[in-house]
Design a protein. Sequence first.
Length: 220
Amino acid sequence: MAAYRVLKDKPYELIELLKTFKFDKESYIAIRSWDKEKNFKKRSDVERAARLIYLLKTCFNGLYRVSSKNHFNTPIGKFSFEPKICNEENLLAVHDYLKRNDTDIRCCSYVELFKEIPDDAFVYLDPPYAPISKTSYFTSYQSQVWNDNAQRTLAFFCRELDKRGIRFMQSNSTAPICFELYKQFNITTLNAKRFINADVAGRGDIKELVITNYDIESVL
Ligand SMILES: C[S@@+](CC[C@H](N)C(=O)[O-])C[C@H]1O[C@@H](n2cnc3c(N)ncnc32)[C@H](O)[C@@H]1O
C-alpha cells in the first residue's frame, strides 16, 4: 500500500531511484537485506517502494515471500532476458490513474471499511486463496495466517454486502470450502495463468473461481 501511495504522490522520485538499481546478485542481496536493518522503517517511503518494485521484478517467479521474522527471503530470479526494473511508461500510467481518480489508498483490514463503503459501490476482493492441496502453501507466504476461519469471516462480510445491495466480485481458488461458503452466489470457474506455486504442477494454466452476487454473464 505504501508503494501505491508513493506511486500516486511521488512517481518521479520513485522512477529516478529505480533507475539506479542494478540487476546482479550482489545488488539483489544488498537491497533485499534492507529489511534486516534496525532502522529500515526510517528509510524513506520512496526507498521502500523502490525496493519492493525492484524485488518483485527481479526475484524468483515474482514471488513475495517472507520469513517468520518478516524478512523478504525469495532468492534472485532466473531470467533469459534482462528484467525491466523500471517500466517508466507503466509506472506513470498507474500514477495517472490513481491521481485522476483521486484514489484513497488504505492499509487496513477490509472489515474496518464496511461502514464506509457507499451503497452504490462495487467491491472487488482478492483475498489469500484457500489452499487446494496439502502442498499448496498460499496461506503461509506471509507471517500472518489466513485459514478457514478467515475465509468464513470473509464470506460473512460478502453476505453483509449483499444484504445492503452492494455488488461484489471475489477471486478465490477452487477449494471445496469456497463452493460451500458461496453456494448462494454465482460461482464461475475460469482458467488463469499462474507462475507462482510451490508445486510445479500448479504452475501454468490453473482454474480459479470468480464469485459474484450478480449475473456475471450479463456484464461480459
Ligand atoms: C491474493 S493477494 C492480493 C493481491 C493483489 N490483488 C495484487 O494484485 O497485488 C491477498 C492480499 O490480501 C491481504 N490481506 C490479508 N488479510 C487481509 C485483511 N484482513 N484485510 C485486507 N487485506 C488482507 C494480503 O496482505 C495480500 O496482499
